[in-house]
Design a protein around this ligand. Structure first.
Ligand SMILES: NC(=O)c1ccc[n+]([C@@H]2O[C@H](COP(=O)([O-])OP(=O)(O)OC[C@H]3O[C@@H](n4cnc5c(N)ncnc54)[C@H](O)[C@@H]3O)[C@@H](O)[C@H]2O)c1
Length: 442
């Protein structure tokens, strides 16, 4: 397949099945949000695919269609949802418990719809998420058997929901930290490890494997290793399927990937960055376990190193003290407070401080990301883009990249990459922001 601009993209005909792993705060806020938007009870704020525009051609051309009118995306009306969760609550009960959306304004009016979404039994093992206990779980002698059951779920959903395409987005808990090992290097080793119940195969990998075997794209919203291993990457490439992750970029890290590039652009130094959070939802409780926190910590810490390039700027960034804390504090529920204390220095080394206090709502920020990922991964599959979808780094804290490439974390570079990829898919010219043609006439 050539790299010249313009791809034949299969039309978004029929219904798109969105299978969510996990039916907690993020998933229910996403599902209930889409249904409210469909009924005219709210706007999909925060969703680039729904609200964003894309400039085409020269600034003087004045062509800036909405993204959803420029590329053939599935319509919100065509989305059908299901989920897996070890906790048996239906989407209504789970949404009420999560306490994100106003019960009277956004949940009661769609109660029947939400109650109709009951979680499928999960491939779950408490070894990987210490703070959770689940009853709605699959049984099987081996992990391979569990993966086969997940495949049956996907096939069953295709049939019963009458969907023509499916995407899977991991919105389930953060698993304990796992490093890539020999069982993750090839498909044969991975399949053998599933049969032998090797602890290096986490439940999230079983979902990813099942997705790929059923020709379904897989996006990973948590920092788990999951599809970030050669065995599953090769499988995705072989089967021409899009994959990507990891970890939705929502609050504090989104701010970090906006501010750090600004300091670097202005060649301001950084002495330290202390980030702390309090949150009281189930995610906070899971992350209170040191092993799950380690997975999250790695994901949150990486960004500064890549953006600031201390090797290239040792005087400015060679000695940065970077600390990230997450504290479980039940009274706040989903309304996280993220504080950042940033010690920067300027001209001749004079110190300055910046304080950011982001009183955010975690799932309100995450829900539009789930929507965009579902729609763009479906687009990617119809455009026959396979393997890691680096152009969707915009949505992730630890973007997956091809081996040997460092990840791009700067939010605005990621946005440019995303929009240029859409232009490229549709055979439009790239926008370089050179702009000299407005001044120098040939
Ligand atoms: N909200 C944000 O801003 C944000 C940002 C980045 C990443 N995330 C990640 O998204 C995920 C979801 O967040 P949340 O706030 O909805 O958490 P949550 O605890 O409310 O929901 C997660 C759900 O996943 C279920 N689950 C756990 N293991 C499972 C398995 N093996 N199979 C199926 N279901 C399983 C849990 O029972 C729970 O209901 C977390 O991993 C979180 O770290 C959230």
């Amino acid at each position: 397949m050539g790299l010249e601009a313009g791809r034949d993209i299969a039309p978004a005909k029929g219904k798109l099945g969105v299978m969510l792993v996990g039916l907690g705060a993020v998933s229910t806020t996403f599902i209930a949000g889409v249904e409210n938007v469909r009924r005219g009870a709210g706007l999909p704020i925060g969703s680039l695919s729904q609200m964003g525009t894309i400039r085409l051609g020269k600034r003087t051309d004045k062509r800036s269609p909405k993204i959803k009118e420029f590329v053939p995306l599935a319509e919100l009306e065509d989305l059908v949802f299901t989920a897996w969760d070890p906790i048996p609550d239906d989407a209504y009960t789970a949404a009420v418990k999560a306490g994100v959306l106003d019960r009277h304004e956004h949940l009661e009016p769609i109660k029947d719809f939400l109650q109709g979404i009951k979680p499928l039994p999960a491939a779950f093992d408490q070894y990987y998420v210490k703070r959770l206990q689940g009853t709605n779980v699959k049984r099987g002698k081996s992990k391979r058997e569990l993966a086969e059951q997940l495949r049956e779920d996907i096939r069953g959903f295709r049939k019963t929901a009458g969907v023509s395409r499916v995407v899977i987005v991991w919105c389930a808990s953060t698993e304990v930290f796992i490093t890539p090992g020999p069982v993750h290097q090839s498909l044969a080793a991975f399949e053998k490890a599933m049969e032998q119940n090797d602890p290096a195969v986490a439940p999230s990998m079983l979902y990813a494997y099942a997705a790929l075997m059923e020709n379904v794209p897989f996006a990973n919203g948590a920092p788990n290793l999951t599809v970030d291993v050669p065995a599953l990457q090769h499988l995705a490439e072989e089967r021409k399927l899009p994959i990507g992750g990891k970890d939705f970029k929502t609050g504090q890290t989104m701010m970090k990937t906006v501010l750090a590039p600004a300091f670097k652009a202005r060649m301001l130094g950084l002495a330290g960055w202390y980030s702390t959070n309090i949150l009281g939802n189930r995610d906070g409780e899971v992350l209170d376990d040191p092993e799950s926190f380690k997975t999250k910590e790695e994901s949150k810490l990486g960004v500064l190193e890549y953006i600031l390039q201390p090797d290239q700027y040792p005087e400015l960034y060679g000695n940065v003290f970077h600390k990230v804390r997450i504290n479980y504090y039940p009274p706040r529920g989903d309304n996280k407070e993220g504080w950042d204390n940033i010690d920067i220095f300027g001209w001749l080394g004079y110190p300055m401080q910046i304080k950011v206090d982001f009183l955010c709502r975690d799932s309100i920020l995450a829900a539009p990301i789930v929507l965009d990922l579902a729609l763009f991964f479906d687009l990617a599959q119809r455009a026959r883009l396979s393997g890691i979808q680096e152009w969707l780094s915009f949505y992730f804290k630890s973007p997956q990249t091809a081996p040997g490439l460092y990840p791009e974390h700067d939010l605005f570079i990621q946005q440019t990459k995303l929009k240029n990829t859409l232009r490229w898919l549709m055979g439009e010219e790239q926008i370089t922001h050179l702009g000299i043609e407005y001044y120098e006439k040939a």
